[in-house]
Design a protein around this ligand. Sequence first.
Ligand code: ADP
Ligand code: MG
Length: 441
Amino acid sequence: MAPSESRHASAPDTPATAPAVRVRDITKVFGRRPTEAVRRLAAGASRDDVREFGSAAVIDASFDVQPGEIFVVMGLSGSGKSTLIRMLNGLLEPTAGTVEIGGRTVTKAAPKEIRDIRRSSVSMVFQHFALLPHRTVIENVAYGLEVNGVEKSERLRKAREVIDLVGLDVWADAKPDELSGGMQQRVGIARALAAETDVLLMDEAFSALDPLIRREMQEQLVDLQQRLGKTIVFITHDLNEAMFLGDRIAVMRDGRIVQIGSPEDILTDPANDYVAQFVQDVDRARVLTASSVMEPARAVVPLTAGPRGALRVMRDLQTAAVFVTGRGRKLEGWVRDRHVMRQVKAGDTNLDAIVNTEFAQVAPDTALTDLFELAVESPLPIAVIDDEQRLLGVVPRVTLLAALGNVPTTTSPIQTLEPVTRISNDDLDETLAATTEGDHA
Ligand code: ADP
Ligand code: MG
């Protein structure tokens, strides 16, 4: 993913279309008297309270997933994630509540209807899924289409397309045992993609992979999602994975959803101690963006202020440099105190001539991790600019460090700032006084 393109900023918050997945008050109780358990749970009983009637795996879960969204369900082992996702495609029937996929009701649907929904609307990738050992990669990918009765040349064409997409093109004719674990997992994803369903359910799909391959797969999934616009419900017990992938995250505990929010919401405003505990050691730098930590820019002058105006602002703010904006409030660059002083002393009213156009600038949705990598030497904070090059705010390097709290030790984010050239008020007044005539000329 390009550094300046965090997807989190584009998480849908005002849905214009019908949800891709709609879940209302679903509860699943395994055991002898599920209905009685549901009745008591509805009356406020806890999971433990109803244990004699059954095991309440999911309790009263409700949420919508918008088309094109990556919705992550996160929780510790046993919190009910797999049970929840299996109710979405009708593998399990909820004890109470309803599920709709693309406007069609899955709950209590006839088996034929459920099969049809699975074929047309929702496919699933598991942590351990079986590839057919005697078939090639392409035949494995095309298998779902074959089952659905798609004609041979057509299914091979589609399979070839998604195999290219997941970067396995040269392996199309290999057998599964010739592939690494990561590549096998990609075949599983390709198979789900080949089905051309709008909704992809992924249950711990990357959990068996080693960390580097896992990160690569996460990046590839985000990339595929952006290109294909799939709606993805992704289950994980790994918080960093949830934070990386999720447009929104639902946190589950003991069968209940305890919070739903953007990664940033969950980090900065955990709903309770449980969530706070969970997010304590997340790599915040991957989640927070420039816009979430930026501050109003104070050291800014318009070009028209001239060297004298720039000098005044630097004196007021006790800084050694200021940003300079041009027409349409576009950020042109910055000027340094000693250059400005020189202009003032020379009686030159032109600020343009000394504007330095090298500075650290980022888009608002840039992840903090990427801010660390900005090596541009400037006494000014990092500028956050919009598409039109307008200055939205700044991220001082100290703010960056403070926002992170626990700074990853692998990076060395502290950059030495140039010592501020001190301009005393006396110096300045003297300079300004001495040049007053020149300025007016
Ligand atoms: P997760 O995927 O978050 O690890 P699960 O949904 O697999 O959680 O399990 C949630 C709870 O439901 C666990 O306590 C589990 O033992 C129980 N459970 C899951 N499936 C069944 C089943 N078929 N019969 C009885 N209990 C089950
Ligand atoms: Mg599970």
